[in-house]
Design a protein around this ligand. Structure first.
Ligand code: ADP
Ligand code: MG
Length: 322
C-alpha cells in the first residue's frame, strides 16, 4: 500500500468531526478556527518502541497510550482538547497493524472529541509523535508556577499501579500468590491505557490551582512544580492513594521509593488553597473523580517525604532519558 492509500484508508475519515476544523486532512495544511476569547494550549510527545512502551505492546494500546499521554498534558493545563496531528514512522505498511492502531487511537479520540487534523507518514523504526491542541482561558490555565505556600497538595486517582504493570511485563517480577489475575490485568491496563484526567483538569481551572501530570514519578514531577513556583513541598507517604492491587502486590508494605520514582501514572498532582478544598473535593466528587490530599506546599525548595514523622531520603529522583 502506498503512503497515500494509507492516509486515505486510515487517517482521513475518522469519526470525530468538528466545526472548528475548516480544512482537515488532504491539503498542505489544516485550517483551524480557534474560539474567540480562548488561547491555545499545545503539546507534543513522542513515543518510541522499547523506550516508552515495551516492544510487545499491542498496536491498540500503543495508539491509546500515545494519545492518552498527550491529552494528559492538556489536562495538566486545564485545557479542553480539540485537535491532534499524528506523525508516524512505520517499519512497513502493515494494514492489520494500522487498523488495530487506529482502533485504539479512535477509541480515545472519540471519547474526548478530538479531531485528527493532519500528520505525516514515513518509513523507519516505529515511532509516534502526536501534537495536541486544546483551548483554555488565558487567566485560568493551571500553570506549574502557581503553587503557593500553605496550599494543600492533591493527586487524582491512585499512583504506582503502572509501575507494577511494567515490573510484571518487562522485569519479570513475580507477584505474591495472593495477587489475582484481575489485579494483574488492572495494573497492565494502567500502564498501557492510562486515563487522561481531562475533566479533572478543566474543573480545577475554577480554583487557581497549579498542576502537573505525573509522567516521570510523583517525586520528580512535584519537584518540577516546586522549582517553577519557587516553593518546597512536604508529602506524607501514609496518605498516598494506593489501589487494592498495589497493597496486595507489596504485601501491604509498599516500596514507596520505587513507586514515587517510577513513571507512567498519568494522574494529576495539583495544589488547592486550603479554604477552597471542601468546594474543590465536592465538585470532583460529583464527577466521580477521586482526589487525595498528600501534603502541603511550604517555603524553601525541594520535596520532603515524611513517613512515621521521619524524613525519607530517596536516591533516584525519577525517570530521565539521558
Ligand atoms: P505534504 O507532502 O504536503 O506534507 P503529505 O503527503 O505528507 O503532505 O500528507 C498529505 C495529507 O495527509 C496532509 O494533509 C497530512 O496532514 C495528512 N497526513 C499524512 N500522514 C498523516 C497521518 N499519519 N495522520 C494524519 N494525517 C496525515
Ligand atoms: Mg508531509
Amino acid at each position: 500500500m502506498s503512503e497515500f492509500d494509507l492516509i486515505n484508508q486510515f487517517f482521513k475519515n475518522t469519526k470525530v468531526k468538528r466545526d472548528d476544523v475548516l480544512l482537515g486532512i488532504g491539503d498542505d495544511c489544516a485550517m483551524l478556527s480557534p474560539p474567540s476569547g480562548k488561547i491555545l494550549a499545545v503539546s507534543t510527545d513522542t513515543l518510541i518502541s522499547g523506550v516508552h512502551f515495551p516492544e510487545t505492546t499491542s498496536p491498540e494500546d500503543i495508539a491509546y497510550k500515545s494519545l492518552a499521554v498527550n491529552l494528559s498534558d492538556l489536562a495538566a493545563m486545564g485545557a479542553e482538547p480539540a485537535w491532534v496531528s499524528l506523525a508516524i514512522s512505520l517499519p512497513d505498511s502493515n494494514v492489520e497493524w494500522l487498523a488495530a492502531f487506529m482502533r485504539g487511537f479512535n477509541e480515545l479520540a472519540e471519547r474526548f472529541n478530538v479531531a485528527l487534523i493532519g500528520g505525516d507518514t514515513t518509513q523507519g523504526a516505529l515511532s509516534i509523535t502526536l501534537n495536541v491542541t486544546g483551548f483554555v482561558d488565558a487567566k485560568l490555565a493551571l500553570k506549574r508556577s502557581s503553587a503557593k505556600v500553605g496550599d494543600s497538595i492533591f493527586v487524582t486517582g491512585n499512583i504506582g499501579d503502572a509501575s507494577i504493570g511494567l515490573d510484571i511485563i518487562l522485569n519479570n517480577v513475580k507477584p505474591p500468590d495472593l495477587f489475582m489475575d484481575d489485579y494483574k490485568s488492572y495494573c497492565i491496563d494502567r500502564l498501557n491505557r492510562p486515563y487522561p484526567q481531562v475533566i479533572a483538569g478543566q474543573l480545577l481551572t475554577a480554583f487557581s490551582a497549579a498542576a502537573i501530570d505525573i509522567s516521570d514519578g510523583l517525586n520528580a514531577d512535584l519537584n518540577h512544580m516546586c522549582k517553577a513556583s519557587k516553593v518546597g513541598a512536604i508529602i506524607n507517604i501514609e496518605n498516598l492513594p494506593a489501589s487494592e492491587a498495589l497493597l496486595v502486590f507489596y504485601n501491604h508494605k509498599p516500596d514507596w521509593q520505587n513507586i514515587l520514582t517510577a513513571g507512567d501514572d498519568y494522574e494529576l498532582c495539583f495544589t488547592c488553597a486550603k479554604d477552597k478544598v471542601t468546594e474543590m473535593q465536592s465538585l470532583m466528587g460529583t464527577h466521580n473523580i477521586k482526589t487525595t490530599c498528600i501534603g502541603e506546599i511550604v517555603s524553601g525548595a525541594g520535596v520532603k517525604c515524611m513517613f512515621d514523622n521521619e524524613v525519607l531520603n530517596f536516591q533516584q529522583t525519577g525517570y530521565n532519558h539521558f
